[in-house]
Design a protein around this ligand. Sequence first.
Ligand SMILES: CCCCC/C=C\C/C=C\CCC/C=C/C(=O)SCCNC(=O)CCNC(=O)[C@H](O)C(C)(C)COP(=O)(O)OP(=O)(O)OC[C@H]1O[C@@H](n2cnc3c(N)ncnc32)[C@H](O)[C@@H]1OP(=O)(O)O
Length: 299
Amino acid sequence: MAALAVLRRSAPARLLSGTLCVHSRVLAPWRQYQSNRHFSNDKILVEMDESTGVAVMKMKNPPVNGLSLELLTEFSISLEKLEIDRGCRGLILTSASPKVFSAGLDITEMCGKSAEHYAAFWKAVQEMWLKLFGSNMVTIAAINGSSPAGGCLMAMCCDYRIMADSPKYAIGLNETQLGIVAPFWFKDTMTHTVGSRVTEQSLQLGQMYPAPAALKFGLVDQLVPEDKVQITAAAAMAQWLSVPDHARQITKPMIRKPIVDRLVKQREADIDNFVSFISKESIQKSLQAYMDRLKQKKQ
Ligand SMILES: CCCCC/C=C\C/C=C\CCC/C=C/C(=O)SCCNC(=O)CCNC(=O)[C@H](O)C(C)(C)COP(=O)(O)OP(=O)(O)OC[C@H]1O[C@@H](n2cnc3c(N)ncnc32)[C@H](O)[C@@H]1OP(=O)(O)O
């Protein structure tokens, strides 16, 4: 068993993340974490149940859980801590705010800032994706509200998705509706989840799907009443964790490693692409107009 535990925390993590060097950096917080099984940053709350080995991670960036640089950084640090914790086998990702899982990338991080800021922001988005999509743990998204763009990406990174059963809540990659383009690894994640044809259509149209429609083509796996999302996620997790860790952990990268590697190999070029794209005057105008429309919606 000890050998298997080592396998759980070593080989697949090396295979998937390509970011082993950060392990040594997180040793101090990890020691702190051992004595306190709940930890909270400003934007991320983690509750670890030692009896089940399941951590519930809640995003808390009101009003809509915009994925800001701060949230993304805290997310990646928290996930790294859980990843190296031998007692943690599963992660349930959810939102501390009712009605919104995540509004996706915080658009204000992509408007009117410097090239250096855009590069740091995009690196944090990449890091979040590499860690979550490449996680060794069982990951379940408990989608308790709307989940556009980057929110949908986070949910798709998980092994299983449970969504609140309400047509008011929608999920999808709507980037083109903002006049921006989902990069290849967003596209790869959606293709991995629902296949090429649906991805092609969804991405071009920037389509958002109400929960019942999302279930029909497998963008989410299960719909349950809003007040049952968390308990259903816990039940699904128990089922996933009944499979021996070592077998599941060797299987997961068979599918995901080539997808992860594609970004790992071209991270810098991808950052350069993002910075040059987002800095264009026409793209800035498009994002500003979208933000104005969001605000006008309320009046
Ligand atoms: C050469 C080719 C290169 C190709 C590629 C290269 C590079 C790639 C380039 C770019 C890739 C970028 C990828 C981007 C991914 C994203 O995630 S973009 C974000 C998209 N998100 C959205 O469109 C969501 C918009 N929001 C909503 O639809 C709704 O807010 C809601 C989430 C459904 C919640 O609705 P509701 O509860 O009614 O809340 P409000 O709409 O009233 O919003 C409350 C306030 O929050 C502000 N807000 C909402 N979303 C965001 C956001 N994503 N970022 C920042 N702020 C947001 C909203 O304006 C309200 O603000 P005020 O209270 O009015 O101040």
